[in-house]
Design a protein around this ligand. Structure first.
Ligand SMILES: CSCCC(=O)C(=O)COP(=O)(O)O
Ligand SMILES: [Mg+2]
Length: 221
């Protein structure tokens, strides 16, 4: 049995769906959200982590991170909370490449375990998988990891922490569109496969010695 650990943006789902769909939804809501939740301990902690002087300055920092697609944990925490509300209100939909839902269902049915490791917070991962166009994929997933509970995606230590939960690293297969993430997973003893999807930002980058696929149909765990 293999545990297949999934990156989201560029791997299960298009970068456009995250940036145009989710980022555009969060952007105008960050300021009002900070104002409305100014007494919430997690929001206060996020503001302290950003180190900005007040909500307006924090929003400038957050928008700058979004412009550069910086996967900063305070941003991901706030985005995740806003997106979770958007999904609950029926205002957001998730995108998965067409090959993904059938592959996840087949792997799960064959007895493989599925987990997610994304820079997007767990609070956004769950509704994203829960709102696939053809049904709830979250029921197939038994492990959810982000930069808070595992750590940065380009550091081997994060994959070691995940393996401490999921088990033998040689039975963990990480799928990602980012070579540096695959390098970190391999350094922690994981199996890896690079996902090079035509039209995605990393479609032409070198993947070093990692096996490469263009769709999940080519993966046989
Ligand atoms: C639905 S999860 C939100 C996606 C996101 O915010 C993100 O940064 C995805 O990055 P990934 O690590 O999955 O490439
Ligand atoms: Mg990615």
């Amino acid at each position: 049995m293999t545990t297949i650990v999934l990156d989201i943006e560029g791997t299960t789902s298009s970068t456009e769906s995250v940036h145009v769909g989710l980022y555009a939804y969060a952007r105008p809501r960050l300021g009002p959200y900070l104002e409305a939740h100014r007494d919430d301990p997690e929001v206060r902690a996020v503001l302290a982590e950003i180190g900005a002087d007040g909500a307006a300055e924090a929003v400038k920092v957050l928008h700058g991170w979004m412009d550069g697609d910086v996967k900063a944990t305070p941003l991901k925490t706030l985005q995740g909370r806003i997106w979770a509300e958007g999904f609950a209100a029926g205002e957001l939909t998730a995108h998965f490449f067409a090959d993904v839902p059938p592959a996840l269902r087949a792997w799960h049915a064959a007895g493989h375990r599925l987990a997610v490791f994304s820079s997007g917070s767990v609070s956004s991962q769950r509704p994203w998988f829960g709102h696939a166009a053809d049904g709830d994929l979250s029921v197939l997933v038994s492990g959810w990891f982000d930069t808070v509970n595992a750590g940065p995606k380009r550091e081997p230590g994060s994959y070691e922490r995940i393996a401490a939960t999921l088990g033998d690293p040689s039975e963990l297969l990480f799928l990602s569109d980012v070579p540096a993430e695959l390098d970190a997973a391999a350094a922690a003893g994981w199996r890896t496969t690079g996902v090079r999807r035509p039209g995605e930002p990393n479609a032409a980058v070198p993947f070093g010695g990692h096996p490469i696929v263009t769709t999940f149909e080519e993966i046989h765990p």
